[in-house]
Design a protein around this ligand. Structure first.
Ligand SMILES: Nc1ncnc2c1ncn2[C@@H]1O[C@H](COP(=O)(O)OP(=O)(O)OP(=O)(O)O)[C@@H](O)[C@H]1O
Ligand SMILES: [Mg+2]
Length: 355
């Protein structure tokens, strides 16, 4: 058996005149939790629906557990129920007139499974999400988090080795969302299914994933482990999307044995190593900026425009030669709005991206 549970090659999906997915390719390994991350309208839901067989692509291939589910060129297009996967929709798709048990059994009944087989599978699904005690309760008498669990139990009860999830936590409040994502990750580990998880929330994508796939306009912009995506975005789009904030067009020059990025306002930032390709912007995270009210050899002058309370941290907005620099640190009493401050960024924290 191939190590890849899901292979998508050159997938293209149009909604009338809108090309929602343009040549999407990726592969998810067996047991991997892959997140599809991208802004609204970039084609995440359409991609998931095309993998599930709920949309018909105009080109490409989908291979699930070594079996071709869709191949435009070869004329193969398996019906959704023959693809052996489950999908959890954003809306949960829970039937209000049914009990929890009946909701979870729904997909199995549609597949004409035997009665005792259904009972055993539903029990397994509900036990996995900790809802077995509520099996007979009407589905409407559940909290949002419990309804979300029912949707997940339904996918697990089908015993699919691949589960597709479309923003499954987006209807929950912030606390519950954090709790549920930890729970989901533990469950996915324990049961070992492959998950393709769609979200537009960068934190959720980074916390959950073994690998993140960042989408932009129907294409993959970057794929990598969460730390790679967070620490080393390769393009300006990904940098902006994962909250880098300080992204400036620059020119890279060699200065002695080192490379420096020179910003439009003349500010020079030292870089570590050699830039790989023609860069267009230098980036650094607000948390990487050191601030001081006193000058030192490495630091550059700026005016502190605003200090904003963020809870655990303060955010400082600086103006340095016409550019806005964002810094974050623990609250400190020695920095006053309107005063001159001195800032620096270590070479390790600066990286280059393409436009
Ligand atoms: N049924 C449809 N008919 C026409 N256009 C559609 C349809 N569904 C989606 N689209 C368009 O296809 C593109 C991709 O939509 P999709 O729903 O896949 O985005 P998404 O990444 O899931 O966005 P969101 O984060 O808002 O859910 C968008 O431009 C959208 O307007
Ligand atoms: Mg969507």
């Amino acid at each position: 058996m191939s190590a890849e549970a899901v292979i998508v090659e050159g997938l293209e999906v149009a909604h009338g005149p809108t090309q929602a997915v343009r040549s999407l390719s990726f592969a998810a390994r067996r047991g991997e939790l892959m997140t599809l991350l991208g802004p609204s309208g970039c084609g995440k839901t359409t991609s998931l629906r095309a993998i599930a067989g709920l949309e018909t692509p105009s080109a490409g291939r989908v291979v699930l557990e070594g079996r071709v589910a869709f191949d435009q060129a070869a004329g193969i297009d398996l019906a959704p129920e023959r693809r052996g996967l489950s999908m959890v929709f954003q809306s949960y798709a829970i039937w209000p007139h049914m009990t929890v048990f009946e909701n979870v059994a729904f997909g199995l009944r549609a597949r004409r499974a035997k009665r005792d087989e259904i009972a055993a599978s539903v029990r397994r699904g509900l036990e996995a999400v900790g809802l077995h005690a509520l099996a007979d309760r009407p589905a409407t008498r559940l909290s949002g988090g419990q309804q979300q669990r029912v949707a997940l139990a339904r996918a697990i009860a089908c015993n699919s080795s691949v589960i597709l999830l479309d923003e499954p936590l987006s209807n929950l409040d912030a606390m519950l969302r954090m709790e549920m994502r930890a729970e989901f990750k533990a469950l996915q580990h324990r049961l070992g299914f492959t998950a393709i998880y769609v979200t537009h929330d960068q934190e959720e994508a980074l916390v959950l994933a073994d690998r993140v796939l960042v989408m932009r306009n129907g294409l993959v912009e970057q794929t990598g482990r969460p730390a790679e995506i967070h620490d080393r975005p390769r393009t300006r789009f990904v940098a902006d999307f994962v909250g880098v904030r300080n992204v400036f067009p620059c020119e890279v020059k060699q200065d002695g044995g080192r490379f420096v990025a020179i910003l439009d306002n003349g500010v020079r930032l030292q870089l570590r190593g050699e830039p790989a390709k023609v860069p267009s912007c230098v980036c650094f995270r607000p948390i990487s900026v050191s601030l001081s009210p006193r000058p030192d050899a490495q630091a550059m002058a700026a005016t502190l425009i605003r200090a904003t309370y963020l809870g655990d941290l303060m955010e400082y907005e600086l103006c340095a030669g016409g550019l806005t620099i964002w810094a974050r640190s623990l609250a400190r009493g020695d920095l006053a709005e309107g005063a001159q401050v001195f800032w620096s960024v270590p070479p390790d924290a600066c990286f280059l991206v393409t436009a």
